[in-house]
Ligand binder design. Structure first.
Ligand SMILES: *Cc1c(COP(=O)(O)O)cnc(C)c1O
Length: 381
């Protein structure tokens, strides 16, 4: 790092001191598969874009800087990053995972990793004692906080005390808050994961993923993985993400302030039976979040009076979209039970309270009053 600067300034990447040869303000897209050598034994620093590419390297430096990590490895999607982290483990290894996770992660663990001999235990991290789940072959603890979609909050610092004392890797999927609101490595986590598709890129226009760490050996294994397996982020997607991340701080602030207003408003609707937003003082994770995060994010989960009411909302929204995904400038409403969490086994859905009345909002940066007006309109139909 060249200067000690704020997060907002780090988003611009200038403090990294990397400069394009023509001093372009927008980092160039190095749309090339390979790099030539002028003679035997001489290298330019880049050989082949599956391994490394300048646009991707610039993005990795910017993101490592934002997450206070020594290293960030970019992947072609969030799931590719999570898969690479799971390949750190060998057959017979055991991983403890939170019961409420992104549905794609549950599917990866259940339907792919188990086939390769990795064992999993599922626990409620927000209420249970995780040490009771540790076995001789336990290697890691895996969570999201707040979780997708039930917004459970885990005290990362407290859990890191346990994982460090037992020699386990603590892996945190930080997608929901982005590095602007939460830095798990600073709280004791060993690996941070992101679906870059969401807040980091922020415009619903590209797919990407990141794994960050301060452990040199872990970073080396992840680099070997991306080079060998080939789930690398393309130069153009790297550039879109670099472009998106420039406004990360302002987008997060605006989306959060919208979310706060919407959560408060939803509480007043007679058609809404439950509002789950960690920025509400009555949320059980509120105090922990105030200690470990700089904000509450802009994801709201809420339950309406009936399945018919949920359907009516999804079928009638016009000012924002009924779609999967989250973290972009446009507000999206999602139906977890048939979309993001369709791959989660039924008994786990039930245990988590993911039912046909549950909706998830990813609040964007539109005018808050417009969003509230639209929610009121569809709730009243
Ligand atoms: C979307 C998401 C992922 C998967 O990321 P992709 O970029 O869609 O592969 C993982 N974790 C969380 C919390 C997500 O929301």
């Amino acid at each position: 790092m060249k200067w000690d600067v704020s997060f907002e300034t780090k988003c611009q990447g200038m403090d990294l001191g990397i400069q394009d040869q023509y001093h372009a303000i927008s980092f160039p897209i190095y749309q090339t598969a390979t790099f030539s050598r002028s003679r035997l034994g001489e290298v330019s620093g880049f050989d082949y874009s599956r391994q490394t590419n300048p646009t991707r390297s610039q993005l990795e430096s910017v993101l490592a800087n934002l997450e206070n990590a020594n290293d960030a490895v970019a992947f072609s999607s969030g799931m590719a990053a999570i898969s690479a982290v799971m390949r750190l483990f060998a057959p017979g290894d055991h991983v403890i995972v939170d019961m409420d996770l992104y549905g794609g992660s549950v599917r990866l663990f259940d339907q792919v990793c188990r086939k390769y001999g990795i064992e999993f235990s599922t626990a409620d991290f927000s209420s249970e004692d995780i040490s009771a789940y540790i076995r001789e072959n336990t290697k890691a603890v895996y969570l999201e906080t707040p979780t997708n979609p039930m917004m459970h909050v885990t005290d990362i610092r407290k859990l890191a005390g346990l994982t460090k004392s037992r020699g386990l890797l603590l892996i945190v999927d930080n997608t929901f808050l982005s590095p602007y609101f939460q830095n798990p490595l600073d709280l004791g986590a060993d690996i941070v994961l992101h679906s870059g598709t969401k807040y980091i890129a922020g415009h619903h226009d590209t797919i990407g993923g990141f794994a960050m760490t301060n452990h040199k050996d872990v970073a080396e294994k992840l680099r070997l993985d991306v080079t060998t397996i080939g789930a690398c982020l393309s130069p153009f997607d790297s550039w879109l993400t670099l472009r998106g991340v420039r406004t990360l701080a302002v987008r997060m602030d605006r989306a959060e302030s919208n979310a706060m207003k919407i959560a408060e408003h939803l509480k007043t609707s007679p058609h809404v039976s439950k509002v789950i937003y960690p920025g509400l003082k009555e949320h059980p994770g509120y105090e922990i979040m105030k200690k470990q995060s700089r904000g509450f994010g802009s994801m709201i989960t809420f339950e309406v009076e009936s399945k018919e009411c949920a359907e009516k909302i999804l079928n009638n929204v016009e000012l924002f979209y009924f779609a999967e995904s989250l973290g972009g400038t446009e507000t999206l409403i999602t139906y977890p039970i048939t979309q993001t969490h369709a791959a989660v086994p039924e008994e786990l859905l039930e245990k988590n309270g993911i039912n046909e009345r549950l909706l998830r909002l990813s609040v964007g940066i539109e005018g808050a009053d417009d969003l509230i007006g639209e929610l009121d309109r569809v709730l009243k139909i």
